[in-house]
Design a protein around this ligand. Sequence first.
Ligand code: SF4
Length: 452
Amino acid sequence: MKFLIKTFGCQMNVNDSEIMSGLLTQAGYLWTENPEDADIVLINSCAVREKAENKMYGTIGQFLKIKKSRKLIIGVGGCSAEKEGKTVLERFDGVDFVFGTRNITDIVNLIQRAQKHKRFVDLSDKLDCVSHELPKNPTSQHHAWITIIYGCNKYCTYCIVPYTRGLEKSRPYEDIVKEVYDYAAKGYREITFLGQNVDSYGKDFSDGKPKLDLLIKKASEIKEIKRVWFLTSYPTDITDSLIDEIARSSNAARNVHLPVQAGSDSILKSMNRRYTRQQFIDLVKKIKDRIPSVTISSDVIVGFPGESEEDFQQTVDLIKECRFERVNLAEYSPRQGTIAYKYKPDNIAHEEKNRRLMYLMELQKEINREENEKYRDKLLRIIPEAKASDTALYGRTMNNKIVIFNSQDASLIGKFADIKIKRITAGPLYGEMTKNENDAGFDIQNDPTFMI
Ligand code: SF4
C-alpha cells in the first residue's frame, strides 16, 4: 500500500513526519508524492496560526473528494487534531482517525486499526517510545533535525502549544547522543537540535539543570559533524554557559533564534512573556559581545490586544536597536483555547495590524540591506543545501546568511564551498565560488566567515 504525508507548520512537525514516514516504510508501506496513487493519507496539522489551520482544512477537503471515487484511509494528526479531537471526525465524514502530537510512534498500529473500518480518536502519550532507533526518512541527505525536548511550560497567552503539545519532556541525553552518532555514521554533516523551547532541555531531569550546552559540546566533538544548530530559544532560558559554549566551539552555528514578540513592557506582560524589553535588549547585546560573527533572528507579533501606537513604536525602536538578521512577522490572530482568546478582545482593526506589519517589514529590509553591506566582496563559507534555480545553488553560512551562487553541480550539496560575495540584497547574498571542499589545499579548519 502507498502512503502520503502532508505536513503543515513548524520544523517539529516536519521531524514528526520524517519519523512516521520511516516507520511506515519499515513496515512495508511505500511512499508516494501523488495523491491519486495513495491508499493512506496522513495530515500532520498546525494550530499556531489560523491561516495554516484553514489551509489544512482545505487539504482534507481535497482528499475527501478523491475518497468519493475509491478506497482511501485518511488520518489527521498534529496540533489541530490534538486541539479539535472528535470535532474533526464530526466535521469530516471521510476522516478515519485522529491522532495526537505524542503518539506518532504508534502510526502503524493506528493505520491497522483504521483498516478495520472503525473511526476513532487516539491522543495517547507514547513519547517514551521515541528513541534513536526509530527509522526515519529525512528530507535532507546531509542535515538532520533531532527533536530533543517536547512541549512547553511557558503559557504565553496567545499560544496554543502548551495545550496541544503538552508540558516539557526532554529526551534522555544518551539517546540523543547516539542519534547524533548514527547520523554521523550515515554521512550527515549538520544537525539541528529542536524544541519549542530548546534551552529548557534537561530541566525536567532529576538535577533540574539545563543541558543544551552539554549536548552542543558533545555533538561538536563528533568529527563528522561540521555544524550544530539549535532552535527555538526562549530569552530567559539561555544560560551563560550555553553562550560560552557557542563562542568556544568551532562547530556550533553562530545563530540564535530568539523570539521577542513585542517591544513594550505592558504588551510583554499581557502576553505572559517573562522578561522586560530592557532584559531582552541586554541579552542580545551580551550574545553579540561574546560570540563573534553571531546573528540573531526573532519573531514579532503585531496588533496584540491593547497594543497602542506607543507600544508599537517601542517594538519599532527595539528592532532598530537589536538589528536582527531576520524577523518573522505575524499579525495577531486569536486562537481558540488560549488565555488571550478568553480574556482579551481582539481590538485592533485588521487594516491597522496590516499597516504595522508592513511598516516593520520595510524597516527590517532596510536593516538587512545595511547589515549585508559588510559582506560585499568578502569570502564566506557555506554548505550548499539545494538548487536555487536551474543554474544556481543556495547554502548557508555558519551565521545563517543565505548565499546563492551559479553552479549546476549537485555533488556540492552538503560540502563546504567558499563564495566571494558580489551582490547584496535585503535577502540573499549572491556570489561566485572560489573553492570547494573537493579542491586540493582547501583549508577546512579556517572558516573565512569568522574573519568578518
Ligand atoms: S514559549 Fe510561548 S510562544 Fe513559544 S511555544 Fe511556549 S507558549 Fe508558545
